[in-house]
Design a protein around this ligand. Structure first.
Ligand code: UTP
Ligand code: MN
Length: 495
């Protein structure tokens, strides 16, 4: 910036060229326009001359810059210098909304005999100011490092960036590179939580979880609209085959890779191969299209109604709570998840078996596999979980959901993946927190508990290693409080 001399501007000829009864001036014909001519660079004598000219034409010309001034007339000076001068307050305080105009506006007005309309070409350019404003707009983002410290709604302002990084995460996971997968998931989650679209990679300086690789991808997408690595991955035969095969319910990465080594890359090849499939894979292949079509919220509600009917029939008083993505407000999901319990401890024992057999009798199940609870209660609370595996009674199922059909020949039902989990009321809050997701949010909660609080969190319990005891909780809010975290509602756990 050009240094400005802090010279005191003495109003040139104050008192004798003022607009006070001078015989030269005509009455103020344009009351909305009040001029101020900047002496700086224009020079005192030219200023005096122009002022007089203006007044003769009936314009009001002020000697001092003030609140009242609407048009500032300048000559041979840059807009930035004028702004700096005005801001320094040397010539008096005025309003920042006054037009900063080149003398050309003044001369044109003199010719026209009235103040002409202010056009862009009359305005002084404030390049420095514009630059500063741009810089002020391009503020860097900031965020705490754990996803469970952040509020991540479904309102994603950076979908093109997060889509790119999610795909790389998925590819890493499909390649057995779990560490890289988590790194991309964390980077994705940080971008999902930003309040605005990213416009420059420089805004991301200082954000957590964005490593060099992620930043390179972001930069490329911002600059060219796509990432070459993402595009190449999407095109890769290996990625495409892994996606198709693992999209079969019951097929994991290991199985898909084995099949690929044996030359199976798509569903037709799998069917033709005569490969023996287990019960879940057979169901997965049979209902492939339905299971890969997102479940809608109305469909989730229809499943909920069936589960409620089952509970009413087999154990009145038992309750069901929608968990997973739908509890976080998602409009679609890959499945529907429910947590079942009974307000009286112990009454939930055997509930899953009863629910499943009711559903089966009613013809609502196309497939189900129930795993038994192996979680042991110790005297002082739940036994410490030896791993993060959840050991509730759990049922992975495929529902035969009746649907309204429009048109003949269409199925009157569709297959929907449904997960049922039963928890005793004493562990309900932990189960609710653990099964609401998102997966990354859960992972981050456990990492926070372990690394920052010397605690161990599972879907059953919270163990305080410092005090060597379990911490009881009957609400999610209490668990957040134990963890020293601000409570984050489900709709803001979409990390
Ligand atoms: P989901 O895989 O159903 O994910 O797991 P989601 O968030 O509902 O998303 P979509 O829409 O179905 O794809 C739901 C929650 O259940 C937990 C996960 O950690 C997640 O938070 N979960 C899932 C477990 O704790 N254990 C499991 O074996 C499976
Ligand atoms: Mn789900």
């Amino acid at each position: 910036m050009i240094p400005l001399k802090r010279r005191k501007v003495v109003p040139s000829g104050a008192g004798n060229t003022g607009n006070t009864g001078s015989e030269e001036s005509s009455p103020n014909k344009f009351p909305q326009v009040i001029l101020f001519l900047l002496e700086r660079k224009m020079g005192a004598s030219r200023r005096a001359f122009l002022s007089q000219l203006g007044r003769k034409k009936g314009l009001q010309v002020e000697e001092m810059f003030s609140e009242r001034v609407t048009h500032v007339i300048c000559e041979n000076i840059s807009g930035d210098e004028v702004v700096a001068w005005l801001e320094s307050g040397v010539g008096g305080r005025g309003r920042s909304s006054a037009h900063l105009l080149d003398v050309s506006w003044f001369t044109e007005s003199m010719r026209a005999g009235r103040p002409v309309e202010v056009l862009d070409r009359h305005r002084l350019q404030c390049l420095l100011r514009q630059q500063q404003m741009r810089e002020a707009e391009v503020v860097g983002f900031s965020a705490p490092s754990y996803a469970c410290q952040r509020r991540t709604t479904l309102d994603n302002h950076n979908a093109i960036l997060t889509d790119a990084l999610s795909l790389l995460a998925e590819n890493a996971e499909l390649s057995g590179e779990d560490g890289r997968g988590v790194a991309f998931r964390r980077a994705t989650a940080v971008l999902k939580g930003l309040p605005e679209p990213v416009t420059a990679v420089t805004q991301l300086v200082g954000l957590p979880c964005l490593g060099g690789h992620s930043l390179r991808v972001v930069k490329e997408v911002l600059e060219s609209g796509a990432s070459s690595e993402v595009e190449a991955t999407k095109q890769s035969e290996r990625f495409k085959a892994l996606k198709v095969l693992t999209a079969i319910f019951g097929v994991g990465v290991k199985t898909a890779e084995r099949w690929m080594r044996e030359g199976i890359h798509d569903l037709q090849q799998l069917r033709d191969s005569g490969r023996t499939l287990d019960r879940s894979q057979r169901a997965g292949l049979q209902h492939y299209d339905d299971l890969n079509q997102p479940v809608t919220r109305p469909e989730a509600d229809a499943v909920a109604a069936i589960v409620e009917e089952a509970l009413a029939a087999v154990l009145p008083g038992a309750t069901t709570t929608l968990i997973g993505g739908f509890r976080r407000g998602k409009l679609t999901g890959h499945d529907v998840d429910f947590l079942l319990t009974h307000p009286e401890e112990g009454r939930e024992v055997g509930l899953m078996t009863k629910v499943v057999s009711w559903l089966e009798t009613q013809g609502f199940l196309l497939y189900q596999k129930t795993t038994r609870n192996s979680y042991l209660e110790a005297e002082d609370g739940p036994a410490r979980p030896s791993s993060n595996m959840d050991r509730f009674d759990r049922c992975l199922s495929i529902f035969k959901l009746p649907v309204e059909v429009k048109g003949e020949g269409l199925n009157p039902w569709r297959a929907v993946r449904v997960d049922l989990v039963v928890s005793p009321i004493s562990q309900f809050a932990f189960a609710l927190l653990g099964w609401t997701g998102s997966k990354l949010f859960e992972r981050e909660l456990r990492r926070w508990a372990g690394h920052e609080k010397a605690m161990s969190l599972s879907s059953h319990a919270l163990y305080d290693k410092t005090q060597s005891r379990y911490l009881r909780a009957s609400s999610e809010e209490e668990i957040f409080a134990y963890l020293g975290l601000e409570y984050i509602p489900p709709s803001e756990r979409n990390a």
